[in-house]
Design a protein around this ligand. Structure first.
Ligand code: WQD
Length: 344
């Protein structure tokens, strides 16, 4: 057991954060959420309490507010921090680059300052496979793959944040930090009480599919089917959000066991590439719902194909994705139906 060690979860009311809160509790930790709900569903705390049958502590704070955050760290004296709080919509970042740089960089700087000031044991940072940009030629990427200029300001903020973390660790060699580079998070908790809750029209594929299937949206547009892939549509590594949540718990546990300082970056994916067409076919087969979609032009900034080499996550985190694409698609659909039923 982890004797209820306290873990601060910034952005813990969000999609990946809320699922990680459940996984932390299931593994004996005590998560404390820090979130200002700018990109989170208001009812998520009561839904988390229903799933875990525990009171969930919340600080409604902007992570860029260093004074307010210092008060939280003083009050909670956390053993670890998982830093999710950031903006993450690729195309929105192209329209609002300054907001993305300001929010994503400032929130990390505040967390690192307080990590040091309050002698926190471990820090897990939410990074992304977008740091790899367009992996020319080799589409299965491992962590040694060159970090190039990202395809969007969002991806660039992740590259810069990882650089900030490297420089911080160099100045504080005893610090214990791991950056998790997510591939494409999808799906929802089996209870269908929490899941991806896009504010406005979804950017990502699976929520767009489920909102089309339930009638909220008219038609899905597949952004291009003329890529050099098996069926012409883009390939991604779709990982169930609950597997991703478990990876964060394994990362905290890994850092706790490290006696000296450590800095790692680790891919979190399934190691399998799936095309847009395959996702659509899986959705239709598993749900029995025929999807209204059309083929449209390519979307600017899309990478043709990428998926994770998972050997490092298996080796140092003793973690491997367990859930299937079918689990992801069915759980996302159950969540969408629950949103409609309960009017979330
Ligand atoms: C997937 C595929 C689209 C919508 C995401 C996150 C990003 C990062 C990486 C965490 C692409 C196609 C999509 C639609 C479509 N995650 N698509 N029609 O772009 O890989 O990036 O994962 O950091 O934050 O945004 O995910 O779901 O937007 O697109 O055809 O209406 O689906 O072209 O090929 P993406 P996505």
């Amino acid at each position: 057991m982890n004797s209820g060690k306290k873990i601060l979860v910034t952005g813990g009311a969000g999609y990946i954060g809320s699922h990680t809160v459940v996984s932390l509790i299931e593994n004996g930790y005590t998560p404390v959420i820090v979130d200002d709900f700018r990109n989170a569903q208001s009812s998520v705390i009561e839904q988390l309490e229903a799933i875990t049958n525990q009171k969930i502590k919340l600080h409604r704070v902007d992570c860029c507010d260093s004074q307010a955050m210092n008060t939280v760290f003083e009050a909670e004296k956390p053993n670890g921090v998982i830093h999710f709080a950031a903006y993450k919509a690729v195309n929105e970042s192209v329209e609002k680059p300054l907001e993305y740089y300001k929010n994503n960089l400032q929130s990390l700087l505040v967390v690192l300052e307080l990590y040091q000031k309050h002698k926190v044991q471990s820090l897990v940072f939410s990074s992304s496979c977008t740091v790899y940009g367009e992996p020319k030629g080799k589409i299965e990427v491992d962590e040694s793959f060159p970090i190039e200029k990202a395809f969007s300001p969002y991806g660039q903020t992740k590259i810069i944040c990882e650089q900030i973390i490297q420089d911080f660790h160099h100045s504080q060699p005893d610090s214990k930090i791991i950056s998790l580079r997510y591939f494409n998070p999808v799906g929802a908790h089996a209870s269908a009480l929490i899941g991806e809750y896009p504010i406005g029209k979804p950017n990502n594929l699976l929520p767009y599919i489920t909102q089309t299937a339930i009638g909220k949206l008219k038609q899905l547009t597949v952004f291009g089917n003329d890529y050099a892939t098996s069926d012409g549509t883009c390939v991604r590594d779709y990982i169930h959000v609950c597997d991703l949540a478990d990876a964060h718990v394994q990362a905290i546990s890994f850092l706790e066991k490290e006696t000296n300082g450590v800095l790692e970056a680790v891919n979190i994916g399934t190691g399998k590439g799936t095309s847009v067409q395959e996702i659509i076919e899986t959705f239709e087969t598993e749900t029995g719902v025929s999807l209204n979609y059309t083929i449209g032009p390519r979307r600017a900034g899309d990478v043709e194909a990428i998926y994770a080499n998972t050997s490092k996550s298996e080796k140092i985190l003793q973690w491997k994705a367990k859930r299937s694409l079918k689990d992801s698609v069915c759980s996302a659909w159950n969540w969408e139906k629950n949103i409609k039923k309960n009017g979330y």
